[in-house]
Design a protein around this ligand. Structure first.
Ligand SMILES: [Zn+2]
Length: 208
C-alpha cells in the first residue's frame, strides 16, 4: 500500500536537497515522479531550490484552497483526454514529492493522504514542523496527525547539539513579531537552534 510520508526538519536540514535526491533516485530507475510546492512559497518562483546549488522546476504549484488531488490527477494523466490519447505511453507516476509542505492547508494534506491511499501513489512531503514562535504550522500539524510515516531530518545547532527550533532574525536581532509566513529575503533570515541556544537567544521565551 502506498503511504504518505512526512519528512520534517528545522531550517537548513537539507529538506529540498533530500527531495531532489529522492526524485533523482526514482528517475535513475526509469520511474516517473511529479514535483509540487505550495503557491505561498515564493522562494525560487516555481522551482525547488537546494542550498547546495541544485534547483529544479516543479510540475505544478498548489495554490491556497485548491484541490490538490485534482491538480495531481491532471498532471498525472495529462490536461485533456485528447492529449492523453496521444501519450498512451505516459508512464504512471511512481511518487509525488512536495516541498515546503508546512504551507499547505490541512485539507490539502488530507488530499495528499487520499492520493496515497486511494490512488496508490506514495507521497513524500518535506517541510518544517514549527514556525519561529515554536508553533506548528497548520499543514505540518495535519501531516503529524495523518502521515503513515514520520521522519526527522536532522541538522546541528551552532553549538553542535541537534537543532530543534527556527529563529527569525532581522539583521542580528531575534524577533517574535510578524506573520507566520515570511519568506527569507533581504531583511529576514532564519537560524535553526537547539533548545538551549534558543532559550539563551530568546531571553528565556519559548515562542511568543
Ligand atoms: Zn545550540
Amino acid at each position: 500500500m502506498a503511504k504518505l510520508y512526512f519528512r520534517h526538519g528545522a531550517m537548513n536540514s537539507g529538506k529540498s536537497t533530500g527531495l531532489l535526491q529522492a526524485a533523482f533516485n526514482y528517475e535513475e530507475r526509469g520511474q516517473r515522479v511529479l514535483l509540487a510546492k505550495p503557491g505561498v512559497d515564493t522562494k525560487g518562483e516555481n522551482s525547488i531550490v537546494s542550498r547546495l546549488g541544485v534547483s529544479r522546476e516543479v510540475d505544478f504549484v498548489i495554490p491556497p484552497g485548491s484541490d490538490v488531488r485534482e491538480l495531481f490527477a491532471r498532471q498525472a494523466l495529462g490536461d485533456d483526454p485528447d492529449a492523453l490519447l496521444e501519450h498512451v505511453d505516459m508512464a504512471p507516476v511512481a511518487c509525488l514529492l512536495v516541498d515546503e509542505a508546512q504551507f499547505l492547508d490541512p485539507e490539502q494534506v488530507d488530499g495528499l493522504f487520499r492520493i496515497a491511499v486511494l490512488d496508490g501513489v506514495p507521497v513524500l512531503a518535506y517541510g518544517l514542523r514549527t514556525d519561529f514562535r515554536t508553533r506548528a504550522f497548520p499543514g505540518a500539524a495535519r501531516l503529524m496527525e495523518i502521515s503513515h510515516s514520520l521522519e526527522e531530518l536532522k541538522t546541528i545547532c551552532r553549538c553542535g547539539r541537534k537543532a530543534m527550533f527556527n529563529t527569525r532574525r532581522v539583521g542580528s536581532e531575534i524577533t517574535f513579531d510578524g506573520d507566520q509566513v515570511a519568506i527569507e529575503g533581504a531583511d529576514v533570515w532564519y537560524e535553526s537552534l537547539c533548545g538551549n541556544c534558543y532559550l539563551e537567544a530568546s531571553g528565556g521565551r519559548l515562542g511568543s
